[in-house]
Structures are given as C-alpha cells and as structure tokens.
Design a protein around this ligand. Structure first.
Ligand code: NAD
Length: 355
C-alpha cells in the first residue's frame, strides 16, 4: 500500500448543473436563484446563434460580443465599462475558454458573479485562474472572484464545434490531467480527479472523433473536462502548462492545438522520473505504458502533431526555450536543462517523437 503524504488541499465551491438539452432551463433557474435582474451576456459574435438558443426569452440588460483569444486588455476594459454603464448584476458567459476568460476579467474588477455555459472542453469555467494579455504578454493570476458561481454543462452545445477543434479541445483537457499529476500542489485528491478525467477523456476522444454527432462521447468529454480543470485548479501549473503558456502568449499560437502537440513530449520527458504519475496515466488510458498509450490515442484521433503546422517559426525556438527555462517549476520531477528543453521544443516543432 502506498503511503499517503502530508498535504494541504483546497476545494473550490461551485454549483455544477449538467444535462444535455437542459442549458436554457438550467440557466433560467440559476439566474433566478441568484436573484439577478440585469445580466450582461458575454458571447462571441460567431457563437451568436448558440447563445440565442441558450438565452431564449431570458431578460438581458446588455450583450458583449467582441471576444478575442487570450483576453486582450482593451476588450476587458471595454466589457468592464459596459457592465458598469448598464448596472449589470450578473455575467452570463456562453462560449469557449476565450469567452469565459473575458467574463472572468470583468468579474476580477467588478466582483460580479458568473454563470458559465461552456461550449468547448477548455475547462476555464472550473478554475479561479484569470488571464489578460497586454503588449503580447499574458499575465495570469488566481482570484476566487473569477470562479464562476454556477456552471451549466450541456453537451448539445458542443456538437457544433468542428471535429478537429473538438479533438484538440478534449486533448487540452487531457493535458490538464496529466500535468496535474506532477504539478507543484499535486496531492492524492487532485490526482484521483485527474485519473478519472483521463479515463473519461480517453473513452470520449475516439467517439468524438469518429462520431462527432454522438451525444454520449460529448457528454463524457464535458464530464472529463470538468474533472480535469478541477484537478488543474488545485494542483497548479506543471512543466507542460508553463511551456504552453509561453508559446500561446508570446507567439499567439492556438491554445488547444498547442497543448495537444506538446503533451506527449512532456510526458515522455517526465515519465521516467515520475513513476507513480506514469503508472496512473497508463492505467487510466488502458495501456501498459503511459507514453505509448498517449501517442496511440492521439494518433487514433488524428490529433495535430507539429508546432510548425500551427504557426511557430523555426527561428522562434531559441527565444521560446529562453523564456520557458526560468519558469520551469522547481518541483518538476526531472531537472530541466536548456539543452533538453531546446530538444523537446524542436521535437514538438518537427512533430518527431521525443525519446
Ligand atoms: P476559444 O474559446 O478561443 O474558441 C475557439 C473557437 O471555437 C472560437 O472561434 C469560438 O467562437 C469557437 N467555438 C466555441 N464553441 C463552439 C461551438 N460549440 N461550436 C462552434 N464553434 C465554437 O478556445 P478554447 O480552446 O475553448 O479556449 C482557449 C482559451 O481559454 C485560452 O485563452 C486559454 O488560455 C483559456 N483557458 C483558460 C483556462 C483557465 O483556467 N483560466 C483554462 C483553459 C483554457
């Protein structure tokens, strides 16, 4: 029997309402329970029809639709002043991580509660982490004011997410789990959540890839994405997230695809030094070896494999390594040298297998 270590775990308080086809009902009832009368809706212009279907005839004070990736500070400021002008008493976000992120930026300075209705598997709705980008630099922080009060999950809403993005988004969730297993505040509670999330996502991914219309696959993906995000929020950012944070923020790479591409390289790097994490990951994937199991899963769903295909220039690799090295968590199970980091990034850039 393994020894249970001394640990200090904090569970974030949040209401989760789950049900396919129930988003409109659940949103109405959650809005009523918060006694809100002047909600501000945050939903991207491109997701308007999705948002309309969820909102139905709910009374809304104002809508904000200028949602952009990585929450630029200009949009955050604009959304905050619109919330003030209209006397908003609730934020309703309907969309992916970028939309949730913008609602969080408003909550950070106004203290308004959020009801989040996620339409991807990014998981931002289950964390108290915010991020704002200014002058190509993404600043992140943790603040309980940004944790959505209520999350309304409805797998029907993720059906319109294109297959490629669905796969990458679910792999982004998988990355939350794997990285949680060795992150700075990893503990038996968040590891248990992460392991169950890996299992659910490994079940969901082939179904989502092969039958994008299947509700069952998308329900399991949402369930896994939630657990993954709870584990990540509690365990903190490990090596994988530090790498992807720099790549996304500095080089403006697409979030979900970047996580998908980098994950097998970080797992291959850390696994020999993180036996318990590797054993758990392998078991949850139903594989004998974690690295082989993850690679086989990603291959089977035709996940993206190379950073050069998602916009990173070869000439950026050195700068990326220089920026990542100082933020490598001291608790990473394997010490990281500049040379090893450079090699890992080059392999991820080329799409070649890291040993
Ligand atoms: P996204 O929100 O940028 O969405 C990607 C695209 O998909 C957008 O064009 C969006 O309009 C579209 N889309 C969303 N749902 C759709 C649907 N159901 N049907 C059709 N199109 C749909 O991408 P994302 O991967 O969800 O989120 C990425 C962002 O979330 C990043 O900025 C990342 O940093 C942040 N994030 C934050 C946390 C956190 O804890 N703070 C966690 C995960 C991700």
């Amino acid at each position: 029997m393994n020894e249970i270590p001394i640990f200090d775990h904090r569970t974030l308080g949040q209401r989760v309402m789950f049900g396919s086809g129930q988003a409109a009902n659940h949103l109405r009832s959650a809005t009523y329970d918060l006694s809100a009368s002047t909600p501000m809706v945050v939903a991207a212009r491109g997701d308007r029809s999705l948002a309309d279907a969820v909102l139905g005839d709910l009374d809304v004070a104002v809508r904000f639709d200028d949602v952009r990736p990585h929450v630029p500070v200009a949009q955050a400021e604009q959304a905050r002043s619109i919330a003030r002008e209209h006397g908003a008493d609730l934020l309703i976000s309907i969309g992916g991580g970028s939309t949730t992120g913008l609602a969080k930026a408003v909550a950070l300075t106004t203290g308004l509660p959020i009801i989040a209705v996620p339409t991807t598997y990014a998981g931002s709705e289950a964390t108290n982490v915010w991020g704002i980008t200014e002058a190509a630099r993404k600043t992140t922080g943790q603040d309980d004011r940004v944790l959505p009060h209520t999350v309304v999950y409805d797998a029907e809403l993720t059906r319109s997410l294109p297959c490629e993005l669905s796969v990458a988004s679910a792999c982004n969730a998988l990355a939350h789990c794997v990285d949680s297993l060795w992150a700075p505040s990893a503990n038996p509670i968040n590891s248990a959540l992460a392991t169950e999330a890996i299992r659910a996502l490994a079940d969901a991914l082939p179904e989502v890839a092969d039958r994008p219309e299947s509700l069952a696959g998308r329900e399991h993906a949402l369930y896994g994405a939630y657990l993954a995000a709870v584990a990540f929020a509690s365990a903190g950012s490990g090596l994988h997230h530090k790498i992807c944070h720099v790549l996304g923020g500095r080089f403006d790479l697409p979030h979900a695809q970047t996580h998908t591409i980098v994950l097998p390289h970080v797992l291959a790097f850390n696994a020999p030094y993180a036996q318990a994490a590797a054993t758990r990951t392998a078991a949850a994937l139903g594989a004998t070896d974690a690295v082989d199991g993850l690679r086989a899963l990603l291959k089977s769903v035709e996940a993206p494999t190379a950073l050069r295909d998602v916009g990173l220039a070869e000439g950026d690799l050195d700068e990326a390594a220089d920026l990542i090295l100082p933020v490598v968590p001291a608790s990473n199970p394997r010490p990281v040298t500049r040379e090893e980091l450079g090699e890992l990034l080059r392999n991820a850039w080329m799409g070649t297998v890291s040993s």
